[in-house]
Design a protein around this ligand. Structure first.
Ligand code: G1P
Length: 916
């Protein structure tokens, strides 16, 4: 089956017969908070948050089963009726009509041809890039025949007008709150009260559906309650209002009419119109959520006309295009480049939607999960760096003094929630992510001073890694010291507490306890004795980075101010050293730290010499690495070797086994490779084992785990999932991409590219993946891409492409150029290029490889800016350019505003000594 084709390098694509694939949806959103999904047949939903759904909430199963879809009906002179989205019983029963989706950033168009008449309907939808929380739609009806066509058009948007919670909690009763007023432009639903988690309160929100003809004429009538619209025995695919003019006349509403107490919908009907042969008519519609009725009316005035619509659409395309240009790439494969634009959009979508609010993401109540938030920042650092410093700092206010953190971050600064389901738990990986993101931030900007910014701590009744319950405190989420002062600490101290708390919190095998789960949310049934060896590796790497950064800044920062109680955890620096081979001793030390600041720290600060602190942290990191290398490397009878990643709740090692029943997880390998725990030989053996046990072309590469063939109740719910799905052995993009990143980082660029390419190929194979361009959370056993758009893998994919594949990255603010592109990635091109932000400046790096050399054969031989050649040094085969030199070049280069500073980089044979 032919899938979509890209029709423009900026990512525009065309997908014929899109309505013959289930589960497809497209995001329509803006920065103001409108979040919608639209299917090829007008399905999906729209909302501004959990409590304000414009259309009825739609999970993926609803996309092909519900009749609550946006459409426009056409009634012909002879009484026959047709839906421009194919939503009539007759159309569903007949042979499929010709139907195409065209889409770009971030607009959506469907084109449908009537099977028997010379009529084509084109529907263009987008969300204006301004303060309006609404989608605007242009319906074009074109007469492609030789005789005039007379049509009566009615645009319909089903309305929900309340909280998603009301879907299964008083759906009927909440409909009784509905009050709809008809105006000259359309329908305004303003329920009298809102029932939601805040209790019952007077509702002020307005849900509007408004429309106009292209010639400015207003609707001739509206319909606003579902029951009378569909009529007795009818439904939304055969509504009586459309099929029976007598019924329509009986229930048609006029400006000033009010409808109360029923399920609502917004239907605007226009005068019957004659479309001349070859001519077309346009109707404009707006559906949105507003704070006032005036706002809705003004928005309709603004957008529901040809000029307003066109201008907003053009501005919208320009906005998204400019945003994605900041990280665009050009390689020998233009399909890959266009696909990458959609991948690059995904982290922004997750910033806008959070982890909820698209049909597959039918969970959560908005806000973003802690680990997701930090990982999305990785990509945003490369493409939207302006506000990242501020948000990184704000997010750190979610760290508790025990090293754990709030798990949900609201959309407003400083809004933190311990747990969306009010369950007391800790995900043991959470402490690892902020450091990884801040490391990238410092490398990309050179702003190591950020580490010494001050921030508050999060406090709630959960203490001691969820082992203790404190009395409810002051009603805010700030931490106070024993004298009543608000506790503040440096960014460094926040990161330090997260790593130290994890370091001491080990299980009987001396790896860090799994607690509620780690990155794999599905490993959630081993909270007592389970251990994540996988993340122990990452924490070891993080401790080493903290030591390294202290050494790096030691010329300017000789002492670090810390809360006195933390010294207990710096046992190699102060007090009695703990035996790092003794898990019980480690845990005991952590408990005494928890005891000492259960009522808040004393407030006393100490200065610790940076070099001494670095030595303490290095000792910890080294001890962990030694332990992992020596105790967790497993050798299987068939000659393979890899790292054990976990212990289960019975304290048993999870991985191992022979050829017939190998138990291997990808997660167990990724962090050891990425963090440098695995030695060179181990890296190669891991790749060999992963290729033998986890690789599967059909699903896009490395699976998350082998088939354990056991309902491992002592490990987690993921073992209850059918094998090959989601966290039980799917090709789970996030972990596979992190593996690719790790492989590049360890110089295995061919294996890294193979991993990235396999995902791109699987996603692009539409006949199996059945998804629009982008990276899905995972591929199911049939190769279908699920949970599109909102996945952390997009952030990691982009990061890996820019900083590893193109090798454009920072090191404490210096620019490293370390391309790892395969010769074939130049294709027919002379040069390949990538754009990214670096030191808050937009750069475009253009690599020329005139001799067609392969990775390993080439190195950077010259770097040329518009202003002249740039000096660089070679470090481990990579060119390193002083950060200040980049600043100078960027300032001296003149060009149109927003244009990136271009660096032309020549690649030549490695043995060529030029340019150094
Ligand atoms: C999703 C969640 C992420 C979790 C992962 C594995 O991944 O968002 O927090 O770590 O499942 O359970 P994503 O699709 O975002 O990569």
């Amino acid at each position: 089956m032919k899938g979509y084709s890209f029709v423009h390098p900026r990512g525009d694509f065309v997908l014929p017969h899109a309505d013959r694939t289930n589960g497809l949806y497209f995001p329509l959103a803006n920065e103001a908070g409108y979040m919608a999904a639209i299917t090829p047949t007008g399905g999906g939903d729209a909302k501004i948050d959990q409590n304000h759904f414009l259309l009825p909430p739609a999970a993926v199963v609803d996309l092909h089963n519900t009749r609550f879809t946006r459409t426009i009906w056409v009634r012909f002179d002879d009484g026959s009726c047709w839906s421009a989205t194919g939503s009539s019983h007759e159309q569903k029963a007949a042979e499929p009509e010709l139907h195409t989706v065209e889409a770009g950033l971030l607009w959506h168009k469907t084109i449908r041809k009537h099977a028997a008449r010379p009529l084509t309907a084109e529907i263009v939808s987008f969300v204006p890039n301004d303060e309006v929380t609404a989608e605007v739609v242009r319906f074009t009806l074109r007469n492609t025949g030789a005789s005039p066509l007379r049509v009566l058009p009615t645009a319909v948007v089903p309305l929900f007008g309340r909280s998603a919670d009301s879907l299964r909690d008083h759906r009927h009763v909440t409909a009784l709150l509905n009050r709809v007023e008809i105006t000259s432009q359309g329908v305004l639903l303003q329920p009298s009260m809102s029932f939601d988690e805040r209790g019952h309160s007077v509702n002020t929100t307005v849900y509007a559906v408004m429309g106009r003809r292209g010639d400015g004429s207003l609707p001739t009538g509206c319909f606003a309650d579902l029951d009378s619209f569909i009529g007795e025995g009818g439904d939304l695919e055969r509504p009586a209002v459309i099929y029976s003019p007598e019924h329509a006349d009986a229930v048609r509403l006029s400006p000033g009419d009010v409808v109360e107490g029923s399920e609502a919908l917004g239907a605007v009907q226009f005068d019957q119109v004659e479309i001349a042969p070859g001519a077309e008519i346009q109707l404009y519609c707006l559906a949105g959520v507003f704070a006032h009725t005036d706002g809705a009316a003004r928005a309709a005035e603004r957008y529901c006309n040809p000029a307003g619509f066109e201008a907003a659409l053009a501005a919208n395309r320009e906005f998204w295009d400019a945003k994605l240009n900041t990280v665009s790439c050009t390689t020998g494969n233009s399909e890959f480049d266009a696909w990458m634009r959609w991948v690059s959009l995904q982290p922004i979508l997750r910033r806008l939607y959070g982890c909820s609010f698209l049909p597959y993401h039918d969970y959560g109540r908005g806000g973003r999960g802690w680990r997701d938030l930090w990982q999305d920042c990785l990509a945003l650092l490369l493409m939207e760096p302006d506000s990242v410093r501020e948000s990184l700092l704000q997010n750190l206010a979610g760290v508790r003094f025990d090293g754990t953190n709030a798990t949900i971050i609201g959309s407003r600064p400083g809004e933190f929630v311990a747990d969306r389901n009010n369950i007391t738990r800790v995900w043991m990986d959470h402490g690892a992510w902020p450091l990884m993101t801040i490391q990238l931030y410092i490398d990309q900007t050179g702003d190591s001073g950020f580490l010494f910014e001050s921030q508050t701590y999060f406090s709630d009744p959960q203490w001691g890694r969820a082992s203790r319950k404190l009395d409810a405190t002051r009603g805010d989420t700030l931490l106070y010291d024993q004298t009543g002062g608000v506790v503040r600490g440096s960014v460094f101290e926040h990161l330090l507490l997260q790593q130290l708390s994890a370091f001491f919190h080990v299980g009987d095998h001396n790896s860090i306890l799994l607690e509620g789960a780690d990155w794999n949310d599905g490993l959630d049934m081993a909270a007592d004795r389970g251990e994540s060896v996988a993340f122990t590796g990452q924490y070891a790497a993080n401790l080493a980075w903290l030591a390294g950064v202290l050494e790096q800044v030691s010329a300017e920062v000789t002492e670090i101010a810390l809360h006195h109680e933390i010294l207990q955890l710096l046992d190699r620096y102060a007090g009695t050293p703990v035996d790092y081979d003794d898990p019980a001793a480690k845990r005991a030390r952590l408990q005494s730290f928890f005891d000492s600041c259960q009522q808040g720290p004393s407030g006393e600060m100490v200065n610790v010499a940076a070099v001494d602190l670095a030595a303490d942290l290095r000792a910890k990191s080294d001890a962990m690495i030694d332990h992992l290398r020596n105790r967790e490397w497993i050798q299987t009878p068939d000659g393979h070797g890899w790292f054990n990643g976990y212990y289960d709740n019975d304290g048993e090692r999870v991985e191992g086994g022979g050829t017939d029943s190998p138990r291997m997880t990808l997660t167990g390998q990724v962090f050891q490779v990425l963090g440098g725990v695995a030695d060179e030989q181990q890296v190669d053996r891991i790749v060999a084992a992963a290729d033998a046990h986890l690789w599967d072309d059909a699903v896009g590469g490395y699976r998350l785990n082998t088939d354990f063939r056991e309902l491992k109740l002592n490990m987690g719910r993921c073992f209850g999932f059918a094998y090959g799905h989601k966290e039980n052995g799917a090709m789970f993009s996030h972990m596979a991409v992190m593996f690719a990143n790790a492989l590049y980082a360890r110089g295995r660029s061919q294996a890294g590219w193979r991993t990235l390419e396999a995902i791109f190929n699987a996603a692009s194979r539409f006949s199996a993946s059945r998804m629009y361009p982008g990276i899905p959370e995972y591929f199911d056993p049939k190769g279908r891409g699920l949970y599109p758009y909102l996945t952390g893998s997009a952030s990691w994919y982009l990061l890996t492409v820019v900083t590893r594949m193109f090798g454009v990255r920072g090191h404490y603010g210096d620019l490293v150029l370390d391309p790892q592109l395969q010769a074939a990635q130049w294709g027919e091109l002379d040069s390949v290029s990538v754009c990214t932000y670096f030191r808050q400046r937009q750069l475009q790096i253009v690599y020329r490889n005139p001799e067609g050399l392969d990775v390993g054969e080439y190195r950077v031989t010259a770097v040329v800016a518009d202003t002249g050649e740039l000096a660089f040094t070679l470090r481990d085969g990579a060119a390193v350019i002083d950060g200040a030199a980049i600043d100078r070049v960027a300032m001296d280069c003149t060009g149109p505003e927003q244009a990136p500073t271009v660096l032309r980089v020549e690649l030549g044979r490695r043995d060529n000594g030029a340019g150094v």
